[in-house]
Design a protein around this ligand. Structure first.
Ligand code: ZN
Ligand code: FE
Length: 255
């Protein structure tokens, strides 16, 4: 049985996620932006927290942790590389490690770029990956610490997961990401359709996260550095893909 995934809006535009195994009752939280909405969701469902998975050290992904653990003690898992600047960890993990939630394996992927030490959590049996501020819906995180080649490698690793993977990312930035994406990939019909869907969803107050990896591969310019139309649009035909990615990221920073 795949895990049940619950999306929890936090702060102004963050998302946290619960992954729940009905058979064992095991529940994991991915990121802790804010305690109140997360505790309320656990209460509403009558779920007990067992694990907290932290993707990276930024305050808007960890600040709620202390207050959550006071009410719902749980085992905290995060990157060994970031142990010095994350809240205290019960388990330090790195690329290639795996652990279990409700008997289901969780694989750790290093997706550095936004920060050094940012990790993603991939659950192959449930076809879901928690990417926070690495791969985002129609976007990717700003490169605060990493280099473009590093982020390109991280995004390529995520893009290699199965197409039906659900991408649970950390922020509701999709509508502004869509406006930017259309400046890079204006003739992409799938992107134009998605942008219209996003406008409708936002007008109705709906979340645009999570999304599917297939949709990201078809529409997210940060995964599409190899696309001939995008390369032509940028005047970078046959350029090194990390360089094309770097140009797209630089334009986004100025957008
Ligand atoms: Zn961040
Ligand atoms: Fe963030």
């Amino acid at each position: 049985m795949p895990l049940e995934i619950v999306t929890i809006p936090c702060l102004s535009d963050n998302y946290a996620f619960l992954a729940h195994d009905a058979a064992s009752g095991d529940t994991a939280l991915v990121d802790a932006p804010e305690a109140a909405p997360i505790l309320a969701e656990l209460d509403k469902r009558g779920w007990t927290l067992n694990h907290v998975l932290l993707t990276h050290h930024h305050w808007d992904h960890v600040d709620g942790l202390g207050a959550i653990l006071e009410k719902q003690p749980a085992k905290v898992i995060g990157a060994a590389a970031d142990a010095h600047r994350l809240p205290p960890l019960d388990l330090q993990v790195r690329e290639g490690d795996s652990f279990d939630i409700g008997g289901e394996p969780v694989q750790v992927l290093d997706v550095s770029g936004h920060t050094d030490g940012h990790i993603a959590f991939y659950m192959p049996n449930s076809a879901v990956v928690f990417t926070a501020d690495s791969l985002m819906a129609l976007g990717c995180g700003r490169l605060f610490e990493g280099t473009p080649p590093q982020m390109w490698a991280s995004l390529s690793k995520l893009a290699a997961l199965p197409d039906d993977t659900l991408v649970c990312s950390g922020h509701e930035y999709t509508q502004s990401n869509a406006k930017f994406a259309l400046t890079i990939d204006p003739d992409n019909a799938a992107l134009r359709d998605r942008a219209a869907d996003i406008d409708r969803a936002r007008a109705a107050g709906q979340a645009t996260v999570p999304s599917s990896l297939a949709l990201e591969k078809a529409t997210n310019p940060f995964l599409r550095a190899g696309d001939p139309a995008i390369q032509a649009h940028l005047g970078m035909e046959n350029a090194d893909l990390a360089k094309v990615f770097a140009e797209i990221r630089a334009r986004k920073d100025r957008f």
